[in-house]
Design a binder for this molecule. Structure first.
Ligand code: FAD
Ligand code: 2HG
Ligand code: ZN
Length: 487
């Protein structure tokens, strides 16, 4: 894990003492406080999902009420104690863990569904509800959460809002900036600001909740979320297809948009190396659906209200795609288990690239025509420096590319045998410069966190960065909210 050797703990923050602990003990129950002088006892809170970043916090607070959380924030602000809000700790940019001794403020105990209206489809819940729990509850009520991602079993509803996660169906249901209707937020001074009663349409002044969506916990703590959910589709299909090159991925996308139209709910792509890496990790339990390997694969999902109608549309689409040799091989899930297995070959890529020892993850937006060129450029660069290969003495196992084609969002994962500064320096700032030259964004959906704090200028202008800094100074004058990160 990263040692943060190039930055210093800020002297403006107080170090936790016994008076502080006493105060927290006076408002919280014993099981809402985890304190240890040995930070490794709190590893699950101090270390991130990739095992790349590790902080040194000795204190985790897990309040069960918003009022208690507000008292904690007010106290921390007055005492200048730095705080990291934490949801499911599945973040991929080093935003969710402390850097030094910041207090971890976990939302895990604020985990109740507050209400659901099946007529409007509006769900109101605490921020600490696990995404999958919310989705299961909604399915029992004929609806689905408008966002789905591989980390759904651990990430929180508040956490996905704080990162503005995009996920696998953004193409269909849009971003959280559109589906979140209201938030309840505890500000650094302890004030509770709520727009939880918000309506579908409400144009009275600034849309303040947007400030917290994607702010990565640097402005306030989200404690409640009101969100517009979607009707549970009655019919769902998944096709897993093989194509000969990246141009064909784009051609299939255009064809799918035109012919599957309103039933298209996901369009994902992955390259050969992504699948080879994933095979190493999951093939013993999940058979790969195609007999051969191909340069690129696409996963297409349809969601609609009539099975016969959707089946017919998908079959017609596939027949013509195969006849014209745009698609060279493929399979359609015949039942729910097969459908889940096909999704696994896409959803397990992030874990497969991480579990080999170390991983450098880049989540970028690029114009669609240039989307894959970054993967090619990085592989050429690694090969030129003789860093990549299957042989055990090569530090990089593979640089793989996959992602949400429908959103112009590429995930480049460089799987390594261990974390090393040498590899990092080959990749950064090269990747960011490449993306900036192509007029892309250095963060499509994961945020900036600690990983990309130095690189914000590649995508945002000075004027924009100054405006962000002004907001931060205004609402968090002591800088206690998630310090050392992008702002
Ligand atoms: P955490 O990781 O705990 O925190 C994330 C950030 O939000 C931190 O800055 C933290 O301080 C802040 N935060 C958390 N909760 C709050 C709160 N209540 N109030 C204020 N700030 C808060 N992302 C995508 O966009 N699309 C994907 O498809 C996707 N797939 C993933 C698949 C896997 C296997 C994994 C491990 C991650 C994936 N992610 C994806 C990353 C994604 O950012 C997270 O899964 C999710 O958004 C983080 O939610 P969390 O509850 O774990 O938040
Ligand atoms: C996904 O789309 C996630 O699977 C994770 O955003 C991507 O791990 C990654 O790089
Ligand atoms: Zn993604």
């Amino acid at each position: 894990a990263e040692t943060y050797s190039d930055i210093q703990r800020s002297a403006q923050f107080k170090t936790l003492n016994s008076d502080d602990l006493e105060y927290f003990q006076s408002i919280l129950a014993k099981n809402e406080i985890i304190h240890s002088r040995d930070p490794s006892d709190l590893e699950g809170y101090n270390e991130d999902w990739m095992r790349k970043y590790r902080g040194q916090s000795q204190l985790v607070l897990r309040p069960k009420s918003v009022e208690h959380l507000a008292l904690i924030m007010n106290y921390c602000n007055e005492q200048k104690l730095a705080v990291v809000p934490q949801g499911g700790n599945t973040d991929l940019v080093g935003a969710s863990v402390p850097v030094f001794d910041e207090i971890v403020l976990s939302l895990a105990n604020l985990n109740k569904i507050r209400s659901f209206d099946p007529v409007s489809g509006i769900l109101k819940c605490d921020a600490g509800v696990i995404l999958e729990t919310a989705d299961t509850y909604l399915r029992e009520n004929g609806h689905i959460f408008p966002l789905d991602l591989g980390a759904k079993g651990s990430c929180h509803v508040g956490g996905v809002c704080a990162t503005n996660a995009g996920g696998l169906r953004l193409l269909r249901y849009g971003s959280l900036h559109g589906s979140v209707l209201g938030l309840e937020v505890v500000m650094p001074n302890g004030e509770i600001v709520s727009s939880m009663d918000a309506l579908r349409k409400d144009n009275t002044g600034y849309d303040l909740k947007q400030l917290f969506i994607g702010a990565e916990g640097t402005l306030g703590v989200i404690t409640g979320v009101s969100i517009l959910t979607q009707p549970l589709p009655k019919a769902q299909n998944v096709a897993f297809l093989a194509v000969k090159d990246y141009q064909a991925v784009q051609d299939v996308f255009v064809k799918a948009k035109g012919e599957l139209a309103e039933i298209l709910s996901a369009f994902e792509f992955m390259d050969k190396r992504s699948i080879q890496l994933t095979k190493r990790h999951i093939e013993k339990d999940t058979a790969f659906p195609l007999e051969e390997e191909y340069p690129f694969y696409v996963l297409i999902e349809t969601s609609g209200s009539s099975k016969t109608h959707d089946d017919e549309k998908l079959e017609t689409f596939l027949e013509s795609a195969m006849e014209s040799e745009l698609v060279i091989d493929g399979t359609i899930a015949q039942d729910k288990t097969e459908l889940q297995n096909l999704w696994k070959w896409r959803e397990m890529i992030p874990e497969s690239s991480q579990c080999q020892g170390g991983v450098y993850k880049y989540d970028v937006s690029l114009p669609l025509k240039d989307l894959y060129s970054l993967v090619t450029a990085v592989n050429e660069r690694l090969a030129a420096k003789d860093l990549v290969g299957a042989e055990s003495e090569k530090p990089v196992i593979a640089a793989v590319g996959y992602g949400h084609v429908g959103d112009g969002n590429l995930h480049l994962n460089v799987a390594t045998r261990k974390y090393s500064k040498e590899i990092e320096e080959v990749l950064e700032p090269f990747v960011y410069e490449f993306v900036s030259q192509k007029k892309g964004s250095i963060s499509a959906e994961h945020g900036l966190g600690f990983q990309k704090k130095k690189y914000i200028g590649y995508t945002r202008s000075d004027a924009e960065i100054n405006m962000m800094k002004d907001l931060k100074k205004h609402y968090d004058p002591n800088g206690i909210m998630n310090p050392y990160k992008f702002i």
